[in-house]
Design a protein around this ligand. Structure first.
Ligand SMILES: Cc1ncc(COP(=O)(O)O)c(C=O)c1O
Length: 302
C-alpha cells in the first residue's frame, strides 16, 4: 500500500458523518446540503473561500480571515450581500448547531451563485451568491514529516490569476499536487516564474539555515495568515527572518524546512526531490515556532 500523507489530514471522526452545514441562511444536514449544477462555483470555479480553525471556543485570527475574504470578494466583484457581522454570526450559528467547542475547521465558501444558463459570463449569475460553511471536527494527524517534490507548474504573475486569491479554481495547484504524487511525494513545491522557491500547492513554505528562517518574498504565493504570524513571531523573539528569493540549492542544503497553514499550523518537511532535509525529522526551530504559535493562539483566545 502506498504511504500516502496529505498536509490536510485529520483524525478519523465519525461525528463528521452527521454534521450540519450552513447553506444560504439555512442549517441543514450534510446529506441535504446540495447546490445547483448551475452554480458558478461548480461550473467554473468562480468563487472565493477561507479556511478557519477553532481552538478552545475561539476562531483564531478571525479578523484577518474576514478581511481577506471581503478583499477577495471585492477583487472578483462578488457582492456578498451580507455584512461582515452577519457572516460572522452565520459562522457562530453553524458552530453552535454542531455543538463544536474546539478542534474544528471551517471552510467558508462564497460563489457568484446559480447561473441562468450554463456559460461563463458573470452576468448569468442573477440570484445572488451561494454562501456555504462546512464545519468539521478536525484534529490534524500527520503521521510523519512531509515529502515534497518540485513540479513544472509555476506560481504565476498576478495578471494571470493572482496567486493571492483564495479562489475556488485551484486547478494549477491541483495539477502541481498530482505531479508531486506521481513523483512519489506528498505535496508539490512550486517555483516562481524566475525559478526561485515559492510555496507548496496548499501551504506556505519556509526553510531554516544557520539559525535564520527564510521564506519567499511573498510575491507569488498566498498571503497566508499563518505565514505572517510565523514571520511576526520570529521578529518578536529575535529569530532572524528573511522574506527573500532563494533557490533549490539553498533549499536542499537547509537545516530544516516546514510548511504553514491554518489547518496544520507548522508541518515539518522530511525531504525534497529525494534529498533529506536536516535529520528528516522535525528540527528544533520548527519545534520552537510551533510552541510560540501555540502560545500566540492561547493569548489570542484568552
Ligand atoms: C495555496 C495556499 N497557500 C497557503 C495557504 C495557507 O494560508 P493560511 O495560513 O492563511 O491558512 C492556503 C490556505 O488557504 C492556500 O490555499
Amino acid at each position: 500500500m502506498q504511504d500516502h500523507v496529505t498536509t490536510h489530514q485529520a483524525e478519523e471522526d465519525a461525528r463528521n458523518n452527521e454534521i450540519l452545514i450552513y447553506l444560504n441562511g439555512q442549517i441543514v444536514p450534510k446529506a441535504q446540503a446540495m447546490i445547483s449544477v448551475y452554480d458558478s462555483g461548480f461550473m467554473l470555479g468562480d468563487g472565493i473561500w477561507e479556511g478557519l480553525r477553532l481552538y478552545d471556543g475561539c476562531w483564531a485570527f478571525m479578523d484577518e480571515h474576514f478581511d481577506r475574504l471581503f478583499e477577495a470578494a471585492k477583487a472578483i466583484d462578488i457582492d456578498i450581500g451580507m455584512s461582515r457581522e452577519t457572516l460572522v454570526s452565520a459562522l457562530l450559528e453553524t458552530q453552535k448547531a454542531n455543538a463544536m467547542t474546539t478542534d474544528a475547521h471551517a471552510r467558508l465558501m462564497i460563489t457568484r451563485g446559480v447561473k441562468t444558463r450554463p456559460f461563463q459570463h458573470p452576468s448569468l449569475s442573477q440570484s445572488g451568491p451561494t454562501i456555504t460553511i462546512i464545519m468539521e471536527h478536525s484534529r490534524p494527524s500527520i503521521p510523519r514529516p512531509i515529502r515534497l517534490a518540485t513540479v513544472p507548474h509555476l506560481r504565476g504573475l498576478p495578471m494571470t490569476q493572482d496567486p493571492k486569491l483564495n479562489s475556488h479554481s485551484k486547478l494549477n495547484c491541483i495539477l502541481a499536487c498530482i505531479a508531486a504524487e506521481k513523483a512519489g511525494a506528498d505535496e508539490a513545491l512550486m517555483l516562481d516564474i524566475n525559478g526561485f522557491v515559492n510555496t507548496t500547492n496548499a501551504c506556505n513554505f519556509f526553510i531554516v539555515r544557520k539559525g535564520a528562517v527564510w521564506t519567499s518574498t511573498g510575491d507569488y504565493c498566498m498571503n497566508g495568515i499563518t505565514r505572517q504570524k510565523v514571520i511576526d513571531l520570529c521578529r518578536a523573539n529575535d529569530i532572524p527572518v528573511f522574506e527573500r528569493n532563494f533557490s533549490l540549492v539553498d533549499t536542499y542544503g537547509a537545516d530544516e524546512a516546514f510548511l504553514t497553514g491554518t489547518f496544520g499550523a507548522q508541518t515539518p518537511v522530511a525531504s525534497i526531490d529525494g534529498r533529506q532535509i536536516g535529520t528528516g525529522q522535525m528540527g528544533p526551530m520548527t519545534l520552537r515556532l510551533r510552541d510560540l504559535y501555540k502560545d500566540l493562539i492561547k493569548q489570542e483566545c484568552a
